[in-house]
Each structure stands twice: as structure tokens, then as C-alpha cells.
Design a binder for this molecule. Structure first.
Ligand code: ADP
Length: 270
């Protein structure tokens, strides 16, 4: 897919499609969510991701990106509809959906809690009740996918941040997810680890939704991005004064997002 730089068109390497049918991997419709303290984090969010598509979710701190991601495997529950691979995200479907959505947290220490890399990557398949041979095969495959096969017996907490990020991705790949959801994957990486992670994400033949501030990564990896805004930012762009959140009308909100091809030198607002 092309990325437009002013008048020039630069080709991005093609993304390998997992399957090409018309069933979206993810549909979010009119999602609203407030935290228990009353803070409105998501308002009227709608989003669709096709199978095989890699979509970037960008926006300032506090726009609600992590909150949205935590809805995608039922950690948080808002009002609205979410479907994963055509399956509504409702309580009875949660065990299956948690196997389909691989959520990778921003901080790999939130994901790695076992003594060894092997145990961390085996954790999900073991809890799915898979036989030992299948668990071992999945761990070997997942570590190979992230190019970390020799690290199986290493201690997870001794690894570098870049290595931990790869292992955190392996812990969800071992579940063989349909959708990989990554929160700020390049945060905290040095330039070399960042490049290597971008290469890894590009090569992984999976549907992805990735929140990031890394616009170079967006440019290199994602044919499509969505912009999330805080209420304040949405107002600034509308030329409205900033007023306290509780005085805001219902209409301007984080939900005022739209999808656009990435055009670094063009506005992507409404
Ligand atoms: P982003 O990932 O885009 O930086 P978040 O989803 O982390 O944004 O946060 C969205 C908004 O929700 C922020 O204003 C944040 O302060 C608020 N928020 C996040 N977690 C909580 C919580 N547990 N309780 C109350 N407000 C929260």
C-alpha cells in the first residue's frame, strides 16, 4: 500500500495476509466507557480491522488507547458492541476470545512473571489444557517467530528490554491468536532494538492493532492509522475554548476519530 509524502508516493513492503475473506477480525461499535471514578475515557468509538490488516492507533497520552485495548479481550467492559472474528464479546465467549486476542502490554514486566522464558511462553497453552507435546511445539514455534529460540532456558527478568518485548510477544503468539494487540511496542527501546522490532512486526503474518507515538514506525509499517484525541484536543482543533470535562456537551469527545491513510505532511483531522 502506498504512503503519501506530499506529492511523492513511496511503496511500503506488502503485508502477508493470513486469510482473505470479508469477515473483519475486529469490529468495535459505539463504545463508551467511564472508569469507576466517573472519568470518561471512551466515547462513541467505532473501528473495524480486516483480517490480515495492520492498523496503527495514534493519539496523545490520555486519549484512551490503552483503555480501548483493554476492552478487546474483556478486561474492561464498556457500553457498545465488540466482535472478534464475528464472535460477540460477551461473557460466555470470553474464554474463546481471550485465546483469539493476544494483548501485549507496554511494559513487558507486566507480562513476564515466570522464572524462565520457556515457562512464560508455555503459560497460556498450559492453561488452555493442551497436551505437553503441543505446549512444547507451540513454545518452540513462538520463540522461533520472534527469533528468540536460544533464550528458552534464560531467566526472563535478566533479559534486556528489547529481549523482554520479544518474549512478551511470544507469550501471546503461543496462544495462536487471530488478532495481535500491542500497546506502545517500541517505547523504551534503543534504535537498534526498535528497528529489529519493526522488522519483526512487519514479518509477522498476523492481523494487528498497535498503539504508538512512533510516527516513523507508523510510516514504515502501517498502511492505515486511526487518530484518537482527548476531549481537550478535539476542542482545540474545533477552535473551541477548553472547558472542564464535566461541562462538555456529549458531542465532542474521544470518539471524534476517523481513519485515514498516513500522510505525514497532511492534516488527518476532520
Ligand atoms: P492512553 O493509552 O491513550 O494514554 P489511557 O487509556 O491510559 O490513555 O487513559 C485514558 C484516560 O483514562 C486518561 O485520562 C486516564 O487518566 C484515564 N484513566 C486511565 N486509567 C484510569 C483509572 N483506572 N481510573 C480513572 N481514570 C483512568
Amino acid at each position: 500500500m502506498p504512503v503519501i509524502h506530499d506529492a511523492k508516493t513511496v511503496s511500503v513492503p506488502p503485508v502477508t495476509l493470513v486469510e482473505s475473506n470479508h469477515q473483519p477480525a475486529l469490529i468495535v461499535e459505539k463504545l463508551d466507557f467511564s472508569y469507576p471514578d466517573g472519568h470518561v475515557a471512551l466515547r462513541n468509538i467505532s473501528l473495524a480491522v480486516d483480517r490480515g490488516e495492520k492498523v496503527a492507533l495514534v493519539g496523545p497520552n490520555g486519549a484512551g488507547k490503552s483503555t480501548l485495548m483493554l476492552h478487546l479481550n474483556g478486561i474492561l467492559h464498556g457500553n457498545g458492541n465488540i466482535q472478534v472474528a464475528g464472535m460477540p464479546l460477551i461473557k460466555p465467549n470470553l474464554p474463546v476470545i481471550r485465546g483469539k486476542v493476544g494483548l501485549v502490554f507496554q511494559n513487558p514486566d507486566d507480562q513476564l512473571f515466570s522464572p524462565t522464558v520457556f515457562e512464560d511462553v508455555a503459560f497460556g497453552p498450559l492453561h488452555m489444557g493442551l497436551p505437553e507435546a503441543e505446549v512444547r511445539a507451540r513454545v518452540a514455534r513462538a520463540l522461533e517467530q520472534v527469533d528468540m529460540s536460544p533464550y528458552s532456558e534464560r531467566l526472563s527478568h535478566h533479559l534486556s528490554v528489547g529481549e523482554k518485548k520479544r518474549i512478551a510477544i511470544a507469550t501471546v503468539l503461543s496462544m495462536e491468536p487471530d488478532l495481535l494487540v500491542l500497546d506502545e511496542p517500541s517505547a523504551g527501546l534503543d534504535p537498534r532494538a526498535r528497528r529489529s522490532l519493526i522488522h519483526l512486526l512487519r514479518e509477522l503474518p498476523l492481523t494487528m492493532l498497535v498503539s504508538t507515538h512512533d510516527m516513523l514506525m507508523v510510516q514504515e509499517l502501517f498502511p492505515r492509522m486511526r487518530v484518537h484525541r482527548t476531549e481537550e484536543e478535539a476542542q482545540i482543533r474545533q477552535g473551541l475554548p477548553i472547558v472542564p470535562r464535566h461541562l462538555l456537551e456529549q458531542r465532542s469527545a474521544v470518539g471524534s476519530v476517523r481513519q485515514e491513510r498516513f500522510r505525514p505532511h497532511r492534516r488527518v483531522d476532520r
